[in-house]
Ligand binder design. Sequence first.
Ligand code: NAP
Length: 441
Amino acid sequence: MTKPVKKYRIAIVGAGPAGYFTAQAFQKAQTEYLIFDIDLIEKLPTPWGLVRSGVAPDHQKIKTVSKVFEKIAKEPNFRLFANVEIGKDVSLKDLRDQYDVVVLATGASKGRKLGIPGEDLKNSFSAAEFVPWYNTHPDFVDVEVELSSDTAVVIGAGNVAMDVARILAIDPSELDPTDIAEHALAKLKQSNIRKVIICGRRGPEHAAFTAPELRDLPKLENTDVFIDLKQIDDAIKHTLDTGEVEKDLKNNIEAMRTIAINAKKDVARKLEIKFLLTPIEIKGQGKVEEIIFQKNKIKNGKITATNESFSIKTGLVISAIGYDSIEFPGITIESGRINNIAGHVERNVYTVGWAKRGPIGVIGTNKSDSNDVVDLIIENLKEPKNTDGIIKLLETGHEVINQQAWEKINNQEIANGKLQNKPRSKIIYRSELIQISKQIV
Ligand code: NAP
């Protein structure tokens, strides 16, 4: 008896790294008898998620992962449906009915709040607004960022805080050969900010920065970077107290020590990383003028509050303290993530990436994570449904941006960028993106 060929329809929602790596895992799992038709659904008119709207523009090398995404997209079993929003253009229930498997790769795009007085003052932002603003996300073009004060404060000791601080602290001419949003570059070129202070609530030994990113800081050409050597030496003492030190932590502390002892260039632009400061209030008449911190100390490996406070006069505060997933009809969020067990949400619905595990990990982390979830999905597969997929669900005339249409946008942005010696010049508005996607070439 010949083995039957089984063909499954897979919907992946969210065209960021986790979505693409999930598509790739399905492509790799295909056999002569096990076929997957993959539809990647994205609410924006453009794919690539955080590679387009999250990765810092001065980290262009990281963005070359998009070449992998385009290779995945070229496979015959892959279709892109951009400009299609779940809960608005199609419902999760309809997708569930029309597909054998639905994988939610919807990320975590809501910035966590500090929950302190003054957080909602003008010019206090979450990195969840500031980062997409400088990365040309169409929904964040109108964020009104004011860069008129000489000092900016960034809350959080993670890589997003570092990205934000670097973008504010470097000479904007260094961003000329990047794909930063034109509106953001113009603002940065008029910025009065010369000092950016990152404030972590715990010690250097607890910082969430990673060593490669820390090691890049002393290489900045037009910015001096400062860390208090005493805080690093205290951290070394504390970590040695606890016995064997993990390699990542050792590398981090070494990189921070190098920053602390590195000769300074004596330039006007400064970036400082301070530790043991918990923000307690942002003050100002209508807009940010000052931020107050409670000083902390480390006792038996834990932070404890002191009675001392500390204040920084500043006109801009950006908190980069993590993200939560956004709820949509049919999905519940718990502790900032889609409720799931090892990626399984319920029935034929699964989740991957930050939506599954929370906002942890670099782009590459999604590859192994997606592979694991796809293994689980394949184990759980039932008989194929033989349905129509998304086409029947969308209203007639809905402006879907498929792979071919996206390639027109991509080519146009690259061509526009070439004229300015940039890798690309991103198109801002949805209407313009849609119009270009319809051009006859
Ligand atoms: P993160 O790495 O989790 O760092 C968040 C920081 O915010 C931590 O220092 C945390 O301190 C602090 N924090 C949380 N709540 C706070 C509060 N209420 N008050 C003060 N501080 C608070 O998050 P992330 O920076 O958003 O990065 C997310 C992920 O993306 C990470 O895995 C990161 O490595 C990755 N990423 C990578 C790159 C890169 O590779 N270049 C760039 C950007 C992001 P505690 O530890 O005390 O909670």
